[in-house]
Write a protein that binds this ligand. Sequence first.
Ligand SMILES: Nc1ncnc2c1ncn2[C@@H]1O[C@H](COP(=O)(O)OP(=O)(O)OP(=O)(O)O)[C@@H](O)[C@H]1O
Length: 569
Amino acid sequence: MSRRTLRAIRCYYSTSASNVPIIHIPKADVYRFGDPNAARPIFRDLQWTINEDEAWAVIGSGSGEKATLFQMLVGHLRLSPPPPPPGGMFPFLCIPTFGSPRDPFECISIVSFGNRRRAAGGAFYDYSARYGAVRDEDRITLRQSMFPETIPREFDTGPPTEVIPLSEQEQQFFDVLVERMGLKDLLDLPLIALSNGQTRRARIIKAILSKPELLLLDEPLTGLDVQNRPTLLKILRSLHAARSPRVILGLRTQDPVPEWITHVALVNGGKVLTGPKEEMLSVATKIGLEANKPMISSTAKATTSPSERKLLVEMKNVNVKYGPRAVLKSINWEVRQGDRWHLQGTNGSGKTTLLSLLTGDHPQSYTQPHLHLHSLPRRRIPTPHLHSLTGLVSPELFDAFPRRAGMSVWEAVGTGFDGGFVPQGEHGVGLGVMTPLDAERLRKRVDRCWEVLEALGPRAWAGNDGIASDVTEAFKDRAFVDLSVGEQRMVLLMRALVGRPPLVLLDEVWSGMDQGMVSAARRYLREGGGVGPEQGVVVITHWEDEVPWVAEDGVKRYHLRNGEGKVVV
Ligand SMILES: Nc1ncnc2c1ncn2[C@@H]1O[C@H](COP(=O)(O)OP(=O)(O)OP(=O)(O)O)[C@@H](O)[C@H]1O
């Protein structure tokens, strides 16, 4: 970190250090509000003290329990007994420097990447809006989102914001942050146009600008490319060292723990173990909370020659532009039956855009000189048909999938057969897209729905021991909207695979899943027949070890760089 950055950080904040603990929970059980002490606590016997000179990471086997621990820190759960006064859970907020004690609600910010980005109500919203002409209400730029007072009144429906010009120091701090986070050239783009990784970095900057005393960042590395990870971690380290703000990182078990982290809280099965990093990491190893290990594949490498396997995608000289901004440049790429592709590239390199051509959601998919999908020019395939031929899991789909009160897990999975978002048909397995279902196809769909529910449902991820066989039955009837984030993601994976579509697109499919779910899903995909040799799969992830297939399985890599693509070996 340059001196200029450090100076900018120090000038921006004025709070001085203290030796009072940041967090102090002598010993407590943690409950949902409304649950009596006789109920089963979410966390039992939680003892946790964080001192000023320590740097903490919370590591969990999945997003669920880790996110719950963060929710506790922002006051969404009840501790019994409550941490003692005067500071309660946050003694540092009562230090004399602050004058009167400060309100945790104002001083603690949380940025979480495991959850849905938009509150879409119960309905589906059009996640493909960003690919076309940007609507007026979506025109708010990244800069305006950081400084809402600069939003023109016609786009801002909220109460008028008082205009407080940035001080010189604040302006300098902002300039340094956006430059280091690689967002400088994107400030005047509509927010909706930012890629996932760009949006994540922007959310972190926005949280820092709000000057919290304590910043909780849950899974900040998920979705970030390899180049941006060290930069972000360096910035966070400097911020934490200057206590401006103090940072607690939420990490997945497979994330590398930054070297500046000194202590770890390990969340596993209703217990939170806390202590020095090395000690906790060896505990994690002992209890099997480790990164995904490569599995031995029983999937035969595609043995037939490429020419015998049908072309599912053929791109020749494909380009995508927004005005003068070229996002994909002369792409030549093929996906065949049996192919397992890892689509790689830094944040903003065009991966999601490329995927949106394969799903036919991008308006420019119609105007390409040569974009053949399932052996036909894209424009000759009706979009609903294309959707039924494509199994998709992506962060955009996760955000957009409707959360209607009445939709059950079974119905959500069943929408995958026809590729829509509304449950249809007597048995909730669709109506058929090009030809109506006859009794035989209907029966096959119902059987297949059971098959994926068994393969990827709770019996698979929670282990079979002691799990009653009717657990799948109960799970299928649960309301999709009531499921945890990890469970919803698992159901959307089932939805993508249920119809055995020729093309399967898995974009950041593991984020938000518990470790048991990740293992079950990887097992099913790689060796459990989740996808067959007649299907082609494209996986997008910034983490090589998250790809279910390895080089010996014949996995291939397509790398995008500044919109240009090449096959890497
Ligand atoms: N409507 C638009 N106008 C201008 N630029 C756009 C628009 N939509 C997307 N972009 C730009 O296109 C580039 C590619 O975005 P895309 O979402 O495909 O990236 P990505 O490789 O999927 O990134 P990530 O790894 O962060 O998900 C980004 O730099 C983005 O800002």
